[in-house]
Ligand binder design. Structure first.
Ligand SMILES: NCCCC[C@H](NC(=O)[C@@H](N)CC(=O)O)C(=O)O
Length: 467
C-alpha cells in the first residue's frame, strides 16, 4: 500500500490562510445582517418608517428560511459540495443585498411603500444566502481543520462575523455620511468582496479535493449525504431537541436585541446616534462621547465576544462543562435584560450590556461544539441546517415583534415621539426577552439532565468519551 501523501490542509500556514479567506465572507454577511441597527433613527426620519416597519425589514431576512430554505442549502451542500453551494448562495446573497441597496436609492420607486417592499424582498433573498453561507463556511472549516485546531478555528470564524456586526453597527452612520442609501450600498459591496475572496478560495478547494481523492485509494472517508431519515432520527433525539430549542430561545433574546440596542440606548439613556465633533475634545471627553453613543456602545458587545469566544472555546475544549456554561449564560442573559428594562441606571445598563456580551461569547462557544457530541458526524450538516431553520422562526418573530410591541405600547405617544418631543419606552419589549432567558435556563437544565442519562459527554473535555 502506498503511503498517504501530505495534502494542502497539512500545512498550518495554508489552513489558516484558507480560514481567513472564507471568514471574510462571514464578515460581509454578518455586517449586512446587523448594520441597520445603527441606522434605525435615520431610517425612520429619512424613509418615513415606524418601529414596526423597521422590524419588518429586519425580520424579512428570516422569512424564506422559516419555510425551509436553509434545509435546501444543506441538501445542495451535501449533494453537490462546497463549490456549487458556495457559488449559488454567494450569488443569492449578493443579489439580495444589491436589491436592498438599489431600493434605498429609489431605483424601484421613491415612495416609502415601494422602497420598503423592495428592501424586504432584497433582505429576504439575502437571508437565504446568509444562513446557507454560514453552514457552508462551517462545513468548509471542518473540511480543513478536522483533526487539527477545529474548535479554535470555529471560534475565530465566528469572531470574523462578530467583527462585521460590531463595525457595521458602530460605523454605518458615518459611512453613509448621515444618509441611509450609501451605508446600505457599502454593506452590499462587502458581500461582493467576500464572495470574490470565496471564489479565490475555490482554487485551494479544488487542489485539496484532488489530493484527497488521490489518497482515497489508500482508504479515505466517505462523503456524507443528506437522507430524510436523518431528519426523523434528529427529531427523536432528546438532546438535539433541547439544544435546538435552547438555540432558539437564547438567540431570540440576543440577535434581535442587538438590532434595537442603539435605539434603546438613545431613547432610554439619552445616548446619541451621531458622534459630536471629536477634534477639539480632550482624550477623556472623546472616550466619554464614544461611551455615550448608541451604535458605538452596541458595537462593543460583539467586539468583546471576539476575545472571549475563543477563550471560552478553549475552556470547553480543555475542561468541558459545556451544559453548565450554557446554564450560566442563560442566567447572565436574564440579568442583562432585567437591568436594561426595569432600571434607569446608566451604570446598571452598562453592566447589563457587559453581561449580555459575556453570555453571547459563552453560549455559542459551548453550544456549537456540543452539537457534534450529541449528533453523529454524518448527520452534522443536517443538524446545523435544522437548528438554523428553527432558530430563524424565533428570530423572525422577535426581529419584527420588538418593533411592533414598541409601537403598540407607545401608541398614545407616537406622534410626539416622531416630532422628537418624547422618547420610546422600551420596558415591555425588553422584559419580553427575559422570558426567553427563563426558557433558556429551563432548557439548559433539561440538556444537562439528558446528558447524564444519555452520556453525550457535554461536561467532559474535548476528546474524552463518557462511560
Ligand atoms: N459553527 C456554527 C457557527 C454558528 C454561529 C452562530 N450563527 C448563527 O446562529 C447563524 N444562524 C447566523 C445568523 O443568524 O446570523 C452565531 O453565534 O453567530
Amino acid at each position: 500500500m502506498d503511503a498517504i501523501k501530505k495534502t494542502l490542509k497539512d500545512s498550518a500556514a495554508i489552513r489558516w490562510l484558507v480560514l481567513v479567506i472564507i471568514s471574510m465572507f462571514m464578515f460581509g454577511t454578518y455586517w449586512f445582517q446587523d448594520f441597520m441597527s445603527g441606522l434605525k433613527g435615520l431610517m425612520m426620519s429619512e424613509l418615513g418608517i415606524n418601529s414596526s416597519q423597521f422590524g419588518l425589514i429586519i425580520s424579512s431576512t428570516t422569512w424564506a428560511n422559516m419555510v425551509g430554505m436553509i434545509m435546501v442549502g444543506g441538501i445542495i451542500l451535501d449533494k453537490w459540495g462546497i463549490r456549487v453551494a458556495g457559488v449559488v448562495f454567494g450569488i443569492v446573497a449578493s443579489l439580495g443585498a444589491s436589491i436592498t441597496a438599489m431600493a434605498t436609492y429609489g431605483v424601484f420607486g421613491d415612495d416609502p411603500g415601494t422602497m420598503m417592499k423592495f428592501m424586504m424582498a432584497g433582505r429576504m433573498l439575502f437571508g437565504i444566502g446568509l444562513e446557507s453561507i454560514c453552514v457552508i463556511v462551517t462545513r468548509t472549516t471542518v473540511k480543513w481543520f478536522k483533526g487539527y485546531e477545529l474548535a479554535l478555528a470555529m471560534a475565530i470564524n465566528v469572531a470574523f462575523g462578530r467583527f462585521g456586526t460590531a463595525f457595521g453597527t458602530a460605523f454605518s452612520v458615518e459611512i453613509g455620511g448621515g444618509h441611509v442609501a450609501p451605508a446600505v450600498a457599502f454593506a452590499a459591496s462587502l458581500i461582493g468582496f467576500g464572495f470574490i475572496l470565496f471564489l479565490a478560495y475555490l482554487i485551494f478547494d479544488i487542489r485539496l479535493d484532488k489530493q484527497v481523492n488521490a489518497n482515497k485509494k489508500e482508504g479515505g472517508e466517505p462523503e456524507e449525504d443528506f437522507k430524510f431519515s436523518d431528519l426523523v432520527k434528529l427529531a427523536t433525539n432528546k438532546g438535539f431537541i433541547y439544544i435546538t430549542l435552547l438555540c432558539v430561545a437564547f438567540y431570540s433574546a440576543v440577535f434581535p436585541f442587538i438590532q434595537y440596542a442603539p435605539d434603546l440606548l438613545v431613547n432610554k439613556f439619552g445616548f446619541t446616534y451621531q458622534l459630536p465633533d471629536l477634534s477639539s475634545m480632550t482624550l477623556f471627553e472623546k472616550i466619554g462621547a464614544i461611551f455615550h453613543n448608541g451604535p458605538k456602545v452596541t458595537g462593543l458587545i460583539p467586539l468583546g465576544t471576539i476575545l472571549f469566544t475563543p477563550i471560552f472555546g478553549s475552556i470547553v475544549d480543555k475542561k468541558g462543562k459545556a451544559a453548565s456554561l450554557m446554564i450560566l449564560g442563560a442566567f447572565l442573559l436574564i440579568f442583562a435584560h432585567v437591568s436594561l428594562s426595569l432600571f434607569n441606571s446608566v451604570t446598571l445598563g452598562y453592566l447589563g450590556l457587559v453581561s449580555l456580551g459575556v453570555a453571547f461569547a459563552l453560549v455559542p462557544a459551548a453550544m456549537w461544539p456540543s452539537v457534534a457530541k450529541i449528533v453523529a458526524e454524518n448527520r452534522l450538516g443536517t443538524a446545523y441546517s435544522s437548528m438554523f431553520t428553527i432558530q430563524n422562526w424565533g428570530l423572525g418573530l422577535f426581529f419584527w415583534g420588538i418593533g411592533a410591541l414598541l409601537d403598540f405600547v407607545n401608541r398614545a405617544d407616537l406622534a410626539a415621539i416622531k416630532a422628537g418631543e418624547k422618547m420610546y419606552d422600551y420596558t415591555i419589549p425588553i422584559l419580553t426577552l427575559v422570558i426567553c432567558g427563563v426558557i433558556s435556563i429551563f432548557l439548559a437544565f433539561m440538556l444537562l439532565r439528558a446528558d447524564k442519562q444519555n452520556k453525550y459527554g457535554l461536561e467532559l473535555p474535548s476528546g474524552v468519551e463518557a462511560k
